[in-house]
Design a protein around this ligand. Structure first.
Ligand SMILES: [Zn+2]
Length: 273
């Protein structure tokens, strides 16, 4: 999935004393190899578990992966955005050898690495993220659709609340249900949580909702942790898991969006540039 040159380069650099910056965002240290090896072990175990009938597996690993493309930074992005190897991409391609697979990515940022890796495949990749004209990595527009119309990008205007996020999740699941996958791979990022990383205002309600929609699909799911840096991890992640396992969520914590934001959201998701 990644080029041999890129993999060898990472191993070579990580063997030195470190930390060494690969780009302004992303560094490796001599602990990176151990982390990546453990992540690889978790991937194998997750695939074994779903193959044996387990319905839900969540890999709580680091580093994240969805910005890592075939040779490193993907689709012209300036950096790797803290990612080294693309965990969700590996899982999707391994499962897709014998089954129909969908990747859902709801991290704040576009999963440009995953999209580059899946560009020429039949794997459906649905990616919900902040308007890329306002944030790294600057890709993931609705008209970027992959070689087989297999990539779907759904954009959120900066400042969107739970109501817009839930609408975006519903749009995503319309496509996923239509595709009818046998496995779901989820790039679960929590950096769109209110006050986690940018100006987005998604709370427990939104993350619980996406977890419960995945559960409603009734297909085996492997989720991997992408972004999320503070409150997104302490609140958004547990809310997502509660949704995933069918535990109720109180709806008190909820944000709504202005008419101006709703208009922007609808304009952003028109398919022509
Ligand atoms: Zn992110």
């Amino acid at each position: 999935m990644h080029s041999k040159d890129y993999i060898e380069k990472i191993y070579r650099i990580a063997e030195s004393a470190g930390p060494i910056f690969l780009d302004p965002d992303t560094y490796v240290t001599n602990g990176t190899i151990q982390a990546l090896n453990r992540l690889a072990g978790a991937v194998r175990e997750a695939i074994e578990l779903v193959s044996q009938g387990e319905s839900r597996v969540f890999i709580l690993g680091r580093p994240p992966g969805h910005h890592a493309g075939i040779k490193g930074p993907a689709l012209g992005a300036p950096t790797l955005g803290f990612c080294i190897f693309n965990t969700a991409g590996v899982i999707a391609k391994m499962l897709a050898k014998s089954a129909k697979v969908t990747v859902l990515d709801f991290d704040l940022h576009h999963g440009n690495g995953t999209q580059e890796i899946l560009w020429n495949t039949e794997i459906l990749h649905v990616d919900i993220h902040q308007d890329p004209s306002t944030i790294y990595p600057g890709t993931g527009f609705p008209w970027q659709k992959g070689a087989n119309d297999n990539l779907i990008n759904i954009l959120l205007p900066p400042g969107a609340g739970d109501d817009i996020f839930i609408d975006a999740v519903d749009r995503a699941f319309e496509k996923i249900v239509e595709y009818d996958p046998e496995f779901l791979v989820v790039s679960a990022g929590f950096d769109a949580y209110y006050n986690d990383y940018t100006v987005m205002r998604i709370t427990d309600r939104g993350f619980h909702y996406v977890g419960s929609k995945i559960r409603d699909m009734r297909v085996p799911v492997i989720a991997v942790l992408e972004g999320g840096y503070s409150i997104g991890l302490s609140k958004g992640l547990p809310a997502f898991v509660r949704g995933l396992i069918g535990e109720a969520q109180s709806m008190v914590d909820s944000t709504s969006s202005s008419d101006v934001l709703w208009d922007r959201y609808r304009r952003l998701n028109r398919v022509s540039p």
